[in-house]
Write a protein that binds this ligand. Structure first.
Ligand code: ADP
Length: 448
C-alpha cells in the first residue's frame, strides 16, 4: 500500500479522498489554489501545498505545478478526483513516468476510450450494443448521406474527439445532414484539434443509465450495478439513483455485463463508468466510457456497501479485487441530489458568496458529502456544486421519503441553492409515476 498520496483536486472530492486515505492509514497531501486557501477540509489532510492562483488553468489544471507538489511532498501516488486533470491521458503518463502511480486507468486505455469512434469499435468487438450508425468515421458527404438513408432520420453527427456536449449536431434530412457534417467537424477541429466525425441514429427521449465497474491489474473485472442519471438539465445531472426504474432485472444485468465486457476488451483498470442510453423498449446502447471516478459514485456505495475510493487506491497499489461478481449485492435503493449554489429562478445562474448559516440534515439513511460549512465562501472560480445529499433504504418508496424529508430539513442561509427545485421534482406526481427520460426536467419544470 502507498505511504502518501497527493490529491490533485478540491472541494468535496478532495475531502472524500482525504477521508478514504485516513481510514486506510495512508497520508494525504492536498494541492490547492489560492482561492481555496483557508478552506477547513485542508486541515484534515496531513499536508496542503499551494500550487497557484485561483484560475484553474494556473493551478488545478497546471501539470507541472501538480508534479512539483508531488515531488515536494514525496508522495507515491496521485489521485486526480473528477474533472480537472482526471481524464487527461497525458497527465496520467507524466505521473507514471515521474514515478508516481496515477490512481486511474492506464494512459493507453484512457486514450482509446477518450476517442468515441475507437470506443465504439471496442464496444462492437466486445458485443456491447452501440447506437445504430456508421461503421467508423465518415470520410465524405456521400458516405454520410448513404448511412443516414440506411438507418433513417433523424440522426446525430458526433465528433470522435468530442466531450461535454460539444461537436454534436442533429439532422432530420439530407439538407440538414450536409450542414451538420460540416459544422460538427469544424467545431471539433476548433475545440479538440480533430475534425473526425461519425453518425448515430438519434434515439427519441432516451434515458441515461450507466454501469459502475471495478477492474484490477490482474484481469479481473466486476460491475457494481447501474445508476439512472436521466434527471438532467442541459446535460447536467441533478439527481442520480439506483436501481434504474422500469428496467427488468434481466435488462439491468445485461447492461452491466456488457460494461464488464467492454472494460475487459479495452484493457481497463481501476474504477470506471460505462454510459448507455436506453430507449422506450428498454433496449440499451453504449455511448461512452468515463475513465475516472464520477460525482455520483456514492449512490453505488450506498447500494453495494463498497467504498469506491478505497477500492481505487487499493487497485492502483496493485491489489487484486477481493470479491467476485456473485459477492456484490444490490441492497435496495439509493439516490443522490446535487446541491448547487445557483439561482434556479435566474436561469440557474451560479450564486457564489458566503454561507451565513448551515445545518445539514442527518438521521437514518442520510449521507451528506460536502466540504462547506457556515462561514465558508463559495468561490466563483469553480463548479457551483457545494455538496451531495444522499439517501438509502431497502425500497424506492422509503428512500424517496427519506430524501424529501432530508431536503426539507436542509437549512442554509446566505446563498441560493437548487434545493427548492429538487423538492419540486421529487414531490411531483409525474416523477413518482414515470421512469423519467433526459428531457423530463426541461419539459415539466422549466417554464420559460
Ligand atoms: P459528450 O461526451 O459530449 O457528453 P455523449 O456522446 O455522451 O456526448 O452524449 C451526450 C448526451 O447526448 C447523452 O447523455 C444523451 O443525452 C444525448 N445523446 C447522445 N447520443 C444520443 C443518441 N444517439 N440519441 C439521442 N440522444 C443522444
Amino acid at each position: 500500500m502507498f505511504k502518501r498520496i497527493l490529491i490533485a483536486n478540491r472541494g468535496e472530492i478532495a475531502l472524500r479522498v482525504i477521508r478514504a486515505c485516513r481510514e486506510l492509514g495512508v497520508e494525504s497531501v492536498v494541492a490547492y489554489s489560492e482561492a481555496d486557501r483557508g478552506a477547513r477540509y485542508l486541515e484534515l489532510a496531513d499536508r496542503a501545498i499551494c500550487i497557484g492562483p485561483a484560475r484553474s488553468d494556473q493551478s488545478y489544471l497546471k501539470i507541472n505545478r501538480v508534479i512539483s507538489a508531488a515531488e515536494l511532498a514525496q508522495v507515491d501516488a496521485i489521485h486526480p478526483g473528477y474533472g480537472f486533470l482526471s481524464e487527461n491521458s497525458h497527465f496520467a503518463e507524466i505521473c507514471r513516468s515521474c514515478g508516481y502511480e496515477f490512481i486511474g486507468p492506464t494512459s493507453e486505455a484512457m486514450e482509446l476510450l477518450g476517442n468515441k469512434n475507437a470506443a465504439r469499435a471496442a464496444a462492437r468487438r466486445s458485443k456491447t450494443p452501440t447506437v445504430p450508425g456508421s461503421d467508423g468515421l465518415i470520410t465524405s458527404e456521400s458516405e454520410g448521406l448513404a448511412v443516414a438513408r440506411e438507418i433513417g432520420y433523424p440522426v446525430l453527427v458526433k465528433a470522435s474527439a468530442g466531450g461535454g456536449g460539444r461537436g454534436i449536431r442533429q439532422a432530420n434530412n439530407d439538407q440538414e445532414l450536409k450542414r451538420a457534417l460540416q459544422e460538427a467537424a469544424q467545431e471539433a477541429l476548433t475545440a479538440f484539434g480533430n475534425p473526425d466525425v461519425y453518425i448515430e441514429k438519434f434515439i427519441e427521449n432516451p434515458r441515461h443509465v450507466e454501469a459502475q465497474i471495478l477492474a484490477d491489474a490482474h484481469g479481473n473485472v466486476v460491475h457494481l450495478w447501474e445508476r439512472d442519471c436521466s434527471l438532467q438539465r442541459r446535460r447536467q445531472k441533478l439527481v442520480e439513483l439506483t436501481p434504474a426504474p422500469n428496467l427488468s432485472l434481466a435488462k439491468r444485468k445485461a447492461l452491466c455485463e456488457a460494461a464488464v465486457r467492454l472494460a475487459k476488451e479495452s484493457g481497463y483498470t481501476n474504477a470506471g463508468t460505462v454510459e448507455f442510453i436506453v430507449d422506450k423498449n428498454g433496449d440499451f446502447y453504449f455511448i461512452e466510457m468515463n475513465a475516472r471516478i464520477q460525482v455520483e459514485h456514492p449512490v453505488t456505495e450506498l447500494a453495494t456497501g463498497i467504498d469506491l475510493i478505497k477500492a481505487q487506491i487499493r487497485l492502483a497499489a496493485g491489489e487484486k479485487l477481493p470479491y467476485a461478481q456473485q459477492d456484490i449485492k444490490h441492497r435496495g435503493f439509493a439516490i443522490e441530489c446535487r446541491i448547487n449554489a445557483e439561482d434556479v429562478e435566474k436561469n440557474f445562474r451560479p450564486c457564489p458568496g458566503k454561507i451565513e448559516e448551515l445545518i445539514a440534515p442527518g438521521g437514518f439513511g442520510v449521507r451528506f458529502d460536502s466540504h462547506v460549512y457556515a462561514g465558508y465562501t463559495v468561490s466563483p472560480y469553480y463548479d457551483s456544486m457545494i455538496g451531495k445529499l444522499l439517501a438509502t433504504a431497502s425500497t424506492r418508496e422509503e428512500g424517496l421519503a427519506i430524501m424529501i424529508r432530508a431536503l426539507e430539513e436542509f437549512h442554509i442561509k446566505g446563498i441560493k441553492t437548487s434545493i427548492p427545485l429538487l423538492l419540486n421534482i421529487l414531490k411531483s406526481p409525474k416523477f413518482a409515476a414515470a421512469a423519467p427520460d433526459v428531457g423530463f426536467i426541461e419539459r415539466h419544470f422549466m417554464t420559460k
